[in-house]
Design a binder for this molecule. Structure first.
Ligand SMILES: [Zn+2]
Length: 378
Protein backbone atom coordinates (compact mmCIF):
# COMPACT_ATOMS: atom_id res chain seq x y z
CA UNK A 1 0.00 0.00 0.00
CA UNK A 2 1.20 3.48 -0.80
CA UNK A 3 2.33 5.62 2.13
CA UNK A 4 0.35 8.61 3.43
CA UNK A 5 3.08 11.00 2.28
CA UNK A 6 6.69 10.36 1.39
CA UNK A 7 9.04 12.67 -0.54
CA UNK A 8 12.32 11.42 -1.98
CA UNK A 9 14.79 13.48 -3.97
CA UNK A 10 16.46 11.42 -6.70
CA UNK A 11 18.89 14.00 -8.05
CA UNK A 12 19.95 17.59 -7.58
CA UNK A 13 21.69 19.91 -10.04
CA UNK A 14 22.69 23.24 -8.53
CA UNK A 15 19.66 24.21 -6.45
CA UNK A 16 17.28 22.31 -8.76
CA UNK A 17 15.88 19.02 -7.46
CA UNK A 18 13.95 16.14 -8.98
CA UNK A 19 12.16 13.41 -7.09
CA UNK A 20 8.80 11.90 -6.30
CA UNK A 21 6.06 12.33 -3.73
CA UNK A 22 4.31 9.07 -2.90
CA UNK A 23 0.73 9.27 -1.65
CA UNK A 24 -2.19 6.93 -1.24
CA UNK A 25 -3.76 7.93 -4.57
CA UNK A 26 -0.54 7.88 -6.58
CA UNK A 27 2.87 9.35 -7.25
CA UNK A 28 3.67 12.95 -8.03
CA UNK A 29 6.87 13.46 -10.01
CA UNK A 30 8.70 16.67 -9.12
CA UNK A 31 9.22 19.35 -10.26
CA UNK A 32 5.44 19.13 -10.78
CA UNK A 33 2.94 21.38 -12.48
CA UNK A 34 -0.63 21.07 -11.17
CA UNK A 35 -3.39 22.11 -13.59
CA UNK A 36 -6.08 24.12 -11.82
CA UNK A 37 -9.53 22.54 -11.59
CA UNK A 38 -11.24 25.52 -10.00
CA UNK A 39 -14.85 24.35 -9.88
CA UNK A 40 -14.24 20.57 -9.91
CA UNK A 41 -13.13 20.69 -13.53
CA UNK A 42 -10.02 21.67 -15.43
CA UNK A 43 -12.03 23.86 -17.76
CA UNK A 44 -12.62 22.43 -21.27
CA UNK A 45 -10.89 19.09 -20.50
CA UNK A 46 -12.09 15.65 -19.44
CA UNK A 47 -10.16 14.21 -16.47
CA UNK A 48 -8.75 11.34 -18.57
CA UNK A 49 -7.37 13.87 -21.06
CA UNK A 50 -5.81 15.89 -18.23
CA UNK A 51 -4.14 12.68 -17.05
CA UNK A 52 -2.96 11.91 -20.60
CA UNK A 53 -1.02 15.21 -20.66
CA UNK A 54 1.15 13.76 -17.88
CA UNK A 55 -0.44 15.57 -14.92
CA UNK A 56 -0.04 13.56 -11.69
CA UNK A 57 -2.12 15.90 -9.53
CA UNK A 58 -4.64 18.68 -10.00
CA UNK A 59 -5.77 21.55 -7.81
CA UNK A 60 -9.25 22.36 -6.54
CA UNK A 61 -10.37 25.68 -5.09
CA UNK A 62 -11.96 25.67 -1.64
CA UNK A 63 -13.53 29.12 -2.09
CA UNK A 64 -15.38 28.16 -5.29
CA UNK A 65 -16.40 24.68 -4.12
CA UNK A 66 -17.68 25.84 -0.71
CA UNK A 67 -20.00 28.30 -2.46
CA UNK A 68 -21.05 25.99 -5.29
CA UNK A 69 -21.92 23.11 -5.04
CA UNK A 70 -20.98 23.26 -1.32
CA UNK A 71 -18.52 21.09 0.59
CA UNK A 72 -21.20 19.17 2.52
CA UNK A 73 -22.95 18.31 -0.76
CA UNK A 74 -19.69 17.08 -2.34
CA UNK A 75 -19.11 14.94 0.76
CA UNK A 76 -22.61 13.43 0.54
CA UNK A 77 -21.90 12.59 -3.10
CA UNK A 78 -18.78 10.63 -2.13
CA UNK A 79 -16.08 13.33 -2.20
CA UNK A 80 -14.43 15.43 -4.86
CA UNK A 81 -12.53 12.56 -6.56
CA UNK A 82 -15.69 10.56 -7.21
CA UNK A 83 -17.75 13.67 -8.00
CA UNK A 84 -15.41 14.80 -10.80
CA UNK A 85 -14.04 11.38 -11.80
CA UNK A 86 -10.35 12.02 -10.97
CA UNK A 87 -8.81 9.22 -8.90
CA UNK A 88 -5.32 10.67 -8.49
CA UNK A 89 -4.12 13.20 -5.93
CA UNK A 90 -5.91 16.52 -5.54
CA UNK A 91 -4.46 19.54 -3.74
CA UNK A 92 -6.97 22.05 -2.42
CA UNK A 93 -6.11 25.62 -1.55
CA UNK A 94 -7.45 27.04 1.71
CA UNK A 95 -9.81 29.61 0.26
CA UNK A 96 -7.87 32.46 1.83
CA UNK A 97 -6.36 33.87 -1.33
CA UNK A 98 -9.60 33.86 -3.29
CA UNK A 99 -11.65 35.33 -0.45
CA UNK A 100 -9.26 38.27 -0.60
CA UNK A 101 -9.30 38.55 -4.40
CA UNK A 102 -12.87 37.65 -5.40
CA UNK A 103 -15.38 38.26 -2.63
CA UNK A 104 -17.03 41.49 -1.50
CA UNK A 105 -17.36 43.08 1.93
CA UNK A 106 -14.48 41.24 3.55
CA UNK A 107 -13.87 41.68 7.24
CA UNK A 108 -10.67 40.15 8.57
CA UNK A 109 -10.28 39.49 12.30
CA UNK A 110 -8.06 37.21 14.35
CA UNK A 111 -10.81 34.61 14.16
CA UNK A 112 -11.04 34.54 10.37
CA UNK A 113 -12.66 36.26 7.40
CA UNK A 114 -16.31 37.19 6.98
CA UNK A 115 -17.23 37.79 3.37
CA UNK A 116 -20.05 38.01 0.84
CA UNK A 117 -20.16 35.48 -1.99
CA UNK A 118 -19.38 36.91 -5.43
CA UNK A 119 -22.16 34.64 -6.77
CA UNK A 120 -25.19 35.70 -4.73
CA UNK A 121 -24.01 38.01 -1.97
CA UNK A 122 -24.65 35.40 0.75
CA UNK A 123 -22.58 35.85 3.93
CA UNK A 124 -19.92 33.32 4.95
CA UNK A 125 -17.28 32.94 7.63
CA UNK A 126 -14.03 31.22 6.78
CA UNK A 127 -11.67 30.37 9.65
CA UNK A 128 -8.66 28.07 9.79
CA UNK A 129 -10.88 25.43 11.41
CA UNK A 130 -13.65 25.75 8.81
CA UNK A 131 -11.13 25.70 5.95
CA UNK A 132 -9.70 22.42 7.31
CA UNK A 133 -13.24 21.03 7.63
CA UNK A 134 -14.13 21.99 4.04
CA UNK A 135 -10.95 20.45 2.65
CA UNK A 136 -11.67 17.28 4.65
CA UNK A 137 -15.25 17.14 3.33
CA UNK A 138 -13.91 17.49 -0.22
CA UNK A 139 -11.49 14.61 0.47
CA UNK A 140 -8.38 16.58 -0.47
CA UNK A 141 -5.05 14.73 -0.59
CA UNK A 142 -2.90 17.80 0.02
CA UNK A 143 -4.56 20.32 2.31
CA UNK A 144 -3.29 23.90 2.49
CA UNK A 145 -3.19 26.00 5.66
CA UNK A 146 -5.56 28.96 5.86
CA UNK A 147 -3.58 32.16 5.50
CA UNK A 148 -3.87 35.80 4.61
CA UNK A 149 -2.19 36.91 1.40
CA UNK A 150 -1.68 40.67 1.82
CA UNK A 151 -1.13 43.14 -0.99
CA UNK A 152 2.57 43.15 -1.69
CA UNK A 153 3.18 46.90 -1.75
CA UNK A 154 2.23 47.59 1.87
CA UNK A 155 4.59 48.87 4.60
CA UNK A 156 6.80 46.32 6.33
CA UNK A 157 4.92 46.50 9.63
CA UNK A 158 1.62 45.69 7.87
CA UNK A 159 3.24 42.73 6.07
CA UNK A 160 4.79 41.60 9.37
CA UNK A 161 1.50 41.71 11.31
CA UNK A 162 -0.27 39.83 8.51
CA UNK A 163 2.47 37.18 8.39
CA UNK A 164 2.35 36.74 12.18
CA UNK A 165 -1.41 36.23 12.09
CA UNK A 166 -0.98 33.71 9.25
CA UNK A 167 1.48 31.81 11.47
CA UNK A 168 -1.09 31.68 14.28
CA UNK A 169 -3.63 30.52 11.70
CA UNK A 170 -1.10 27.88 10.55
CA UNK A 171 -1.03 26.47 14.10
CA UNK A 172 -4.85 26.46 14.21
CA UNK A 173 -4.89 24.81 10.77
CA UNK A 174 -2.49 22.11 12.02
CA UNK A 175 -4.74 21.43 15.03
CA UNK A 176 -7.88 21.44 12.91
CA UNK A 177 -6.36 19.09 10.35
CA UNK A 178 -5.04 16.72 13.04
CA UNK A 179 -8.51 16.37 14.57
CA UNK A 180 -9.85 15.17 11.19
CA UNK A 181 -9.68 11.46 12.07
CA UNK A 182 -9.35 9.10 9.12
CA UNK A 183 -8.76 11.94 6.66
CA UNK A 184 -5.78 13.21 8.67
CA UNK A 185 -4.28 9.71 8.56
CA UNK A 186 -4.48 9.47 4.78
CA UNK A 187 -3.71 13.00 3.55
CA UNK A 188 -1.04 15.68 3.95
CA UNK A 189 -0.95 19.25 5.24
CA UNK A 190 1.26 22.01 3.81
CA UNK A 191 2.21 25.24 5.57
CA UNK A 192 2.47 28.53 3.67
CA UNK A 193 5.37 30.93 4.07
CA UNK A 194 4.49 34.63 3.91
CA UNK A 195 6.53 37.81 4.30
CA UNK A 196 6.28 39.35 0.82
CA UNK A 197 9.74 40.31 -0.53
CA UNK A 198 11.40 40.73 2.88
CA UNK A 199 14.15 38.22 3.70
CA UNK A 200 13.85 38.64 7.48
CA UNK A 201 10.08 38.21 7.51
CA UNK A 202 10.35 35.21 5.17
CA UNK A 203 12.88 33.65 7.59
CA UNK A 204 10.66 34.29 10.62
CA UNK A 205 7.74 32.75 8.76
CA UNK A 206 9.79 29.70 7.70
CA UNK A 207 10.98 29.18 11.29
CA UNK A 208 7.45 29.45 12.71
CA UNK A 209 6.16 26.91 10.19
CA UNK A 210 9.06 24.51 10.74
CA UNK A 211 8.39 24.61 14.50
CA UNK A 212 4.79 23.54 13.89
CA UNK A 213 5.86 20.91 11.33
CA UNK A 214 4.26 20.21 7.96
CA UNK A 215 4.52 17.60 5.20
CA UNK A 216 5.45 20.28 2.68
CA UNK A 217 5.92 24.02 2.54
CA UNK A 218 4.45 26.54 0.12
CA UNK A 219 5.88 29.90 -0.77
CA UNK A 220 2.83 32.16 -0.72
CA UNK A 221 2.33 35.84 -1.36
CA UNK A 222 4.23 35.93 -4.66
CA UNK A 223 2.91 36.19 -8.23
CA UNK A 224 0.65 38.98 -7.02
CA UNK A 225 1.95 41.71 -9.31
CA UNK A 226 5.53 42.15 -8.04
CA UNK A 227 7.05 41.17 -11.40
CA UNK A 228 9.44 38.37 -12.31
CA UNK A 229 12.60 40.15 -11.20
CA UNK A 230 11.30 40.75 -7.66
CA UNK A 231 9.91 37.21 -7.52
CA UNK A 232 13.24 35.68 -8.57
CA UNK A 233 15.09 37.90 -6.04
CA UNK A 234 12.85 36.54 -3.30
CA UNK A 235 13.37 32.99 -4.57
CA UNK A 236 17.12 33.46 -4.14
CA UNK A 237 16.54 33.04 -0.38
CA UNK A 238 12.97 31.84 0.32
CA UNK A 239 13.24 28.15 -0.74
CA UNK A 240 16.51 27.71 1.19
CA UNK A 241 14.80 28.90 4.40
CA UNK A 242 12.42 25.93 4.22
CA UNK A 243 13.35 22.34 5.17
CA UNK A 244 15.43 20.79 2.37
CA UNK A 245 13.86 17.36 2.73
CA UNK A 246 10.30 18.59 2.12
CA UNK A 247 8.58 19.67 -1.10
CA UNK A 248 8.51 23.40 -1.79
CA UNK A 249 5.47 24.70 -3.61
CA UNK A 250 5.36 28.11 -5.28
CA UNK A 251 1.69 29.05 -5.36
CA UNK A 252 0.03 30.56 -8.44
CA UNK A 253 3.08 30.46 -10.76
CA UNK A 254 3.32 30.90 -13.64
CA UNK A 255 4.59 31.53 -17.16
CA UNK A 256 6.91 28.87 -18.65
CA UNK A 257 9.98 31.06 -18.02
CA UNK A 258 8.82 31.60 -14.40
CA UNK A 259 8.75 27.83 -13.90
CA UNK A 260 12.25 27.32 -15.28
CA UNK A 261 13.66 30.16 -13.16
CA UNK A 262 11.91 28.91 -10.02
CA UNK A 263 13.04 25.30 -10.47
CA UNK A 264 16.54 26.70 -10.93
CA UNK A 265 16.13 28.28 -7.46
CA UNK A 266 14.92 25.11 -5.72
CA UNK A 267 11.12 24.98 -6.15
CA UNK A 268 9.39 21.58 -6.59
CA UNK A 269 5.70 22.29 -7.24
CA UNK A 270 3.57 24.83 -9.11
CA UNK A 271 -0.02 25.61 -10.01
CA UNK A 272 -1.41 28.25 -12.32
CA UNK A 273 -4.54 28.99 -14.33
CA UNK A 274 -2.40 30.46 -17.11
CA UNK A 275 -2.20 27.50 -19.55
CA UNK A 276 -5.94 26.78 -19.34
CA UNK A 277 -7.12 30.41 -19.23
CA UNK A 278 -4.77 31.46 -22.04
CA UNK A 279 -5.89 28.48 -24.10
CA UNK A 280 -9.50 29.63 -23.85
CA UNK A 281 -8.36 33.10 -24.91
CA UNK A 282 -6.54 31.84 -28.02
CA UNK A 283 -2.99 31.95 -26.67
CA UNK A 284 -0.73 28.92 -27.09
CA UNK A 285 2.58 28.35 -25.30
CA UNK A 286 5.30 26.78 -27.44
CA UNK A 287 9.04 26.11 -27.26
CA UNK A 288 9.37 29.19 -29.50
CA UNK A 289 7.39 31.43 -27.16
CA UNK A 290 3.70 32.32 -26.89
CA UNK A 291 1.51 32.38 -29.99
CA UNK A 292 -1.69 34.38 -30.43
CA UNK A 293 -3.94 32.27 -32.63
CA UNK A 294 -6.28 35.22 -33.21
CA UNK A 295 -3.58 36.78 -35.35
CA UNK A 296 -4.45 36.86 -39.07
CA UNK A 297 -1.05 35.52 -40.10
CA UNK A 298 -2.13 32.04 -38.89
CA UNK A 299 -5.15 32.01 -41.21
CA UNK A 300 -3.48 29.84 -43.89
CA UNK A 301 -0.71 28.23 -41.85
CA UNK A 302 -0.83 24.44 -42.11
CA UNK A 303 1.86 23.90 -39.44
CA UNK A 304 0.97 22.58 -35.98
CA UNK A 305 1.18 24.91 -32.96
CA UNK A 306 4.57 23.42 -32.10
CA UNK A 307 6.70 21.05 -34.21
CA UNK A 308 8.21 19.44 -31.09
CA UNK A 309 4.99 19.07 -29.09
CA UNK A 310 3.65 15.52 -28.63
CA UNK A 311 0.07 16.46 -27.78
CA UNK A 312 -3.00 15.25 -29.74
CA UNK A 313 -3.80 18.82 -30.87
CA UNK A 314 -0.39 19.21 -32.51
CA UNK A 315 -0.55 15.72 -34.02
CA UNK A 316 -3.89 16.44 -35.67
CA UNK A 317 -4.74 20.10 -36.22
CA UNK A 318 -3.18 23.04 -38.05
CA UNK A 319 -2.70 26.58 -36.84
CA UNK A 320 -5.08 27.61 -39.62
CA UNK A 321 -7.89 25.43 -38.22
CA UNK A 322 -7.24 26.56 -34.64
CA UNK A 323 -7.19 30.18 -35.85
CA UNK A 324 -10.60 29.59 -37.44
CA UNK A 325 -12.03 27.96 -34.29
CA UNK A 326 -10.70 30.68 -32.01
CA UNK A 327 -11.92 33.50 -34.24
CA UNK A 328 -15.33 31.81 -34.51
CA UNK A 329 -15.61 31.38 -30.75
CA UNK A 330 -16.04 27.62 -31.18
CA UNK A 331 -15.94 25.49 -28.00
CA UNK A 332 -13.60 23.01 -29.72
CA UNK A 333 -11.03 25.81 -30.03
CA UNK A 334 -10.95 26.16 -26.21
CA UNK A 335 -10.71 22.39 -25.80
CA UNK A 336 -7.85 21.87 -28.27
CA UNK A 337 -5.88 24.92 -27.14
CA UNK A 338 -6.22 23.98 -23.46
CA UNK A 339 -5.13 20.43 -24.18
CA UNK A 340 -2.04 21.70 -25.99
CA UNK A 341 -1.12 24.22 -23.29
CA UNK A 342 -1.50 21.81 -20.36
CA UNK A 343 0.41 19.20 -22.35
CA UNK A 344 3.16 21.70 -23.21
CA UNK A 345 3.54 22.57 -19.52
CA UNK A 346 3.85 18.87 -18.65
CA UNK A 347 6.46 18.35 -21.39
CA UNK A 348 8.37 21.33 -19.99
CA UNK A 349 8.30 19.77 -16.49
CA UNK A 350 9.43 16.41 -17.91
CA UNK A 351 12.25 18.16 -19.74
CA UNK A 352 13.37 19.78 -16.49
CA UNK A 353 13.12 16.51 -14.55
CA UNK A 354 15.22 14.72 -17.18
CA UNK A 355 17.80 17.50 -17.29
CA UNK A 356 18.18 17.58 -13.49
CA UNK A 357 18.63 13.79 -13.47
CA UNK A 358 21.25 14.06 -16.21
CA UNK A 359 23.06 16.94 -14.51
CA UNK A 360 22.43 19.20 -17.52
CA UNK A 361 19.87 21.61 -16.08
CA UNK A 362 21.90 24.78 -16.75
CA UNK A 363 22.16 23.80 -20.42
CA UNK A 364 18.45 22.97 -20.56
CA UNK A 365 17.55 26.35 -19.06
CA UNK A 366 19.84 28.21 -21.47
CA UNK A 367 18.48 26.30 -24.49
CA UNK A 368 14.91 26.92 -23.30
CA UNK A 369 15.46 30.69 -22.98
CA UNK A 370 17.20 30.96 -26.34
CA UNK A 371 14.34 29.15 -28.05
CA UNK A 372 11.48 30.66 -26.01
CA UNK A 373 12.60 34.30 -26.26
CA UNK A 374 14.23 34.02 -29.68
CA UNK A 375 11.27 32.43 -31.41
CA UNK A 376 9.78 33.72 -34.64
CA UNK A 377 6.39 34.38 -33.02
CA UNK A 378 5.19 36.84 -30.45
ZN1 LIG B 1 0.72 20.51 -28.69
Amino acid sequence: MNPRFEFSIHATDGKARTGVIRMRRGEIRTPAFMPVGTAATVKAMKPQDVRATGADIILGNTYHLMLRPGAERVARLGGLHKFMNWDRPILTDSGGYQVMSLSDLRKITENGVTFASHLDGSRHLLTPERSMEIQRLLGSDIVMCFDECPKIDQPRDVIARSMEMSMRWAKRSRNGFDSGGEHAESSALFGIQQGALDEGLRKASADALTDIGFDGYAIGGLAVGEGQEAMFSTLEFAPGQLPADRPRYLMGVGKPDDLVGAVERGVDMFDCVLPSRSGRNGQAFTWNGPLNLRNARHAEDNDPLDERCKCPTCATYSRAYLHHLVRSGEILGSMLMTEHNISFYQQLMQGMRDAISAGTFAQFAADFRRSYFGGRDG
